[in-house]
Design a protein around this ligand. Structure first.
Ligand code: FMN
Length: 208
């Protein structure tokens, strides 16, 4: 059975644009491929801890303390969720020109040598090839064109991290100008929904 991993990262559970879009995407993916298994990870409501001196060895080192073992167990779980997924959809608001720290922490726990990437003579190699990722961003301003493009540290950063673990089939759908007023917000959501529908229309073959 194909598995869809659904990752939320907005700290807002009220009128979050990225949460609205990811719900829409999951609904459309399920309509296209009703048999898929959906696994959810909500980093906004259940954050992955930041790396500190108390837990670092659990992720990058040899765990010894209870806290380090707990970090290792969480890292193993998050990696297994990603490894098991055929398709991943990530809702990523732009926070301070990049991603929420909750999503950054998720990557800190998921990027582990020997598990999701390895080093060889040829340099780093991602070990999670073959997966498809759809990233739904929500942004107060405009970054896909114009002067704001130079300040987009979100899409390039996510592309690089995903590519580092071998995932290069990545589609970005941006809902931009959310902060420009209700009309701009509604137009951005409608546009993103249209793009989600196009991705979903190909999903039945992806999930087969
Ligand atoms: C902490 C924080 C930082 C933000 N930083 C930016 C930013 O750098 N650029 C931007 O265009 N919008 C920024 N925004 C606006 C959000 O990207 C926008 O409100 C988006 O809709 C949030 O996603 P959500 O609706 O799914 O929560 C920020 C919002 C918050 C809460």
């Amino acid at each position: 059975m194909s598995t869809l991993l659904v990752i939320n990262s907005s700290a807002n559970t009220g009128d979050s644009v990225s949460r609205t879009l990811i719900d829409d995407a999951v609904g459309q993916f399920l309509a296209a491929a009703p048999g898929i298994k959906v696994v959810r990870r909500d980093l906004g409501t259940t954050p992955v801890p930041h790396l500190t001196t108390a837990n670092l060895a659990g992720v990058r080192g040899t765990p010894a303390t209870e806290e380090e073992h707990s970090a290792r167990a969480l890292s193993d779980l998050l990696i297994s969720e990603l490894r098991t997924a055929d398709t991943v959809v990530i809702a990523a608001p732009m926070y301070n020109f990049s991603v929420p720290t909750s999503l950054r922490s998720w990557f800190d726990f998921v990027l582990r040598a020997g598990e999701t990437f390895k080093y060889s003579e040829a340099g780093p190699e991602g070990l999670l090839k073959g997966r498809k990722v759809v990233v739904l961003t929500s942004r107060g301003g405009l970054y896909s064109e114009g002067p704001g493009a130079a300040a987009d540290f979100q899409e390039p950063y996510l592309r690089h991290l995903l590519g580092f673990v071998g995932i290069t089939d990545v589609t970005f759908i941006h809902a931009e100008k959310i902060g420009y007023g209700p009309d701009a917000r509604a137009a951005a959501i409608a546009s993103a929904r249209g793009q989600i529908a196009k991705v979903a229309s190909t999903f039945s073959t992806v999930a087969a």
